[in-house]
Ligand binder design. Structure first.
Ligand SMILES: [Zn+2]
Length: 138
């Protein structure tokens, strides 16, 4: 697994660590488990996502609204009753939700929310934990 340059990461502004494989088809996500405090990682398949509505797309984790091609479909392979299945989510394509919630990347969201940053971060963590838990990865 190719790792990002850990020396250049500003950990204070990250709710999770996410990066994309150089070939663009795999994303990696690392979080601290809210259950036991351990470090959990997951690899996800990244595929193109196109929305039907005028090219606007919303990240299901951070709720940032992008113009076309700002999000991608990330799927996690999971196992249930011996069967393999995939649980997907539409997420910011560079896995930079934490930076978007803190307005550290441009352009800003197309949807202006009057929600405190802390509330947005909390909402994102809930959505992320729910997703990972449904894939049994937390
Ligand atoms: Zn996002």
């Amino acid at each position: 697994m190719p790792l990002p340059d850990l020396g250049t990461i500003d950990w204070d502004v990250l709710d999770y660590l996410g990066w994309i494989h150089p070939d663009g088809h795999i994303g990696y996500l690392v979080v601290i488990s809210p259950t036991d405090g351990s470090v959990k990682g997951v690899s996800m398949r990244r595929s193109r996502f196109t929305s039907g509505k005028r090219g606007f797309e919303m990240c299901s984790l951070c709720h940032h609204v992008h113009s076309a091609n700002g999000t991608a479909m990330f799927t996690i392979a999971a196992r249930k009753n011996g069967h393999r299945h995939y649980i997907g989510n539409v997420v910011c394509k560079d896995l930079d939700c934490s930076l978007r919630l803190r307005n550290l990347v441009n352009p800003p969201s197309y949807l202006n929310e009057t929600l405190y940053p802390e509330a947005k971060i909390w909402r994102m963590q809930l959505a992320l934990h729910k997703w990972l838990r449904s894939a049994d990865r937390l």
